[in-house]
Write a protein that binds this ligand. Structure first.
Ligand SMILES: [Zn+2]
Length: 370
């Protein structure tokens, strides 16, 4: 494998500021990926997903096919704000590459390309292969999950090519998550002259936090985290407004049903007389659990690993990805088919250089065995 060519291609992708909000950067990466695939002779088109986000990219080997043997999924965006690339462009030491999105997940996008580049012609003839790259995974795929879902419904299986975990494990299950905004509306009053006329949004919020935390069930992995709070204006004013953000995580979708119902009930009841509580769900990813069909797909990946001399291990992880959405549609879905990396969403993000070539071989072998 021409590793230096791969690293060169990777640097052209990493050295573009392409946080979800930086639409022109996402569009630039979309353009680079589209061109790379076209050079391989594959059909590649940009998909308009609305004005709020950059374009997606759809690639396939059989433009007339309406059913796919496999849908390979990756995302074009990162979590990093504009300016990150000039602060810390892609760099390397002996064993690792560093830079924004180097393993989450520019290298995943490239591993798909490199695996398909050298896929034997008879498999390319036999299989209908589709690839979807979306522009907004890092903000919950709000504008792209319908598009990916529609493609997934026409696919026999979905392989998401986010990085493998630091120990090399692939991902068989992911927690579901739901994000909420909470607002508290009370009554402002002078804290010295007539405090009795006030209704404190902050006191109501304080009452709410412990009640919300009590909905957790740590044995089942259901957790709630109030992660953002802002409210009040001055110490001598009874505060009439407060907003907070809540993150809910769960392994089981019926656990989420329980929490969601309880949250609604609690907020309807309110936490302090005279203070209104409003609850708005802003995003939601169902939990990804390994169904029976998914377990068959896992056996196939393990077999592919045996043939390539790569030990395949699995992890269930707390973070969500597009795999949550496609698994919830009932399509067998696995994740972590990219190279090995860690430190995602932080300046410490790294990619293990030695894992690039074997993970390309693994992905190619899996596809050829479908
Ligand atoms: Zn990612």
């Amino acid at each position: 494998m021409k590793l230096e060519q791969y690293i060169e291609e990777l640097s052209t992708l990493v050295n573009v500021d392409c946080g979800t909000q930086t639409r022109e950067g996402v569009a630039k990466v979309a353009g680079i990926m589209q061109q790379l695939w076209q050079q391989e002779g594959w059909h590649a088109e940009q998909i308009d997903l609305g004005e709020a986000v950059g374009p997606g990219v759809f690639v396939c080997n059989k433009p007339k096919a309406s059913e796919f043997d496999v849908l390979l999924v990756g995302h074009l965006d990162t979590v990093f704000p504009a300016g990150t690339v000039s602060e810390r462009p892609m760099s390397r030491d002996e064993n690792r590459l560093y830079g924004p999105g180097v393993s989450d997940m520019k290298s995943g996008l490239l591993n798909i390309l490199w695996a398909m580049r050298t896929l034997a012609a008879d498999h390319k003839d036999r299989l209908s292969i589709a690839i979807a790259m979306n522009p907004d995974e890092e903000t919950g795929s709000v504008h792209s999950h319908q598009w990916i879902g529609t493609l997934a419904k026409h696919a026999r299986c979905v392989l998401v090519c986010e990085a493998a975990r630091a120990d090399g494990s692939l991902v068989k299950a992911r927690k579901g998550m739901a994000g909420y905004h909470l607002t508290f509306e009370g009554v402002a009053a002078h804290a010295g002259n007539e405090p009795e006329k006030g209704r404190s949004a902050i006191t109501a919020f304080a009452n709410s936090v412990l009640a919300i935390n009590a909905l957790a069930d740590t044995d089942r992995g259901t957790t709630l985290n109030v992660g953002v709070v802002e409210g009040g204006s001055a110490a001598n004013v009874v505060p009439d407004k407060l907003r907070a953000e809540l993150d809910v995580r769960f392994w089981e979708n019926d656990e989420y049903d329980r929490v969601s119902q309880a949250l609604q009930q609690l907020c309807e009841q309110g936490f302090l007389e005279g203070v209104q509580t409003h609850l708005t769900r802003v995003n939601h990813k169902p939990a990804m659990a390994a169904s029976e069909e998914t377990q068959l797909l896992m056996r196939l990946v393990e077999l592919a690993g045996q043939e390539e001399g790569i030990k395949v291990t699995w992890q269930a992880v707390g973070g969500g990805s597009d795999a949550n959405h496609t698994a919830a549609l009932g399509i067998p879905t696995l994740d972590g088919l990219g190279p090995v990396g860690a430190g995602f969403h932080s300046p410490a993000e790294w990619l293990d250089i030695a894992s690039i070539e074997p993970r390309i071989r693994l992905l190619k072998r899996v596809v050829s065995m479908l």
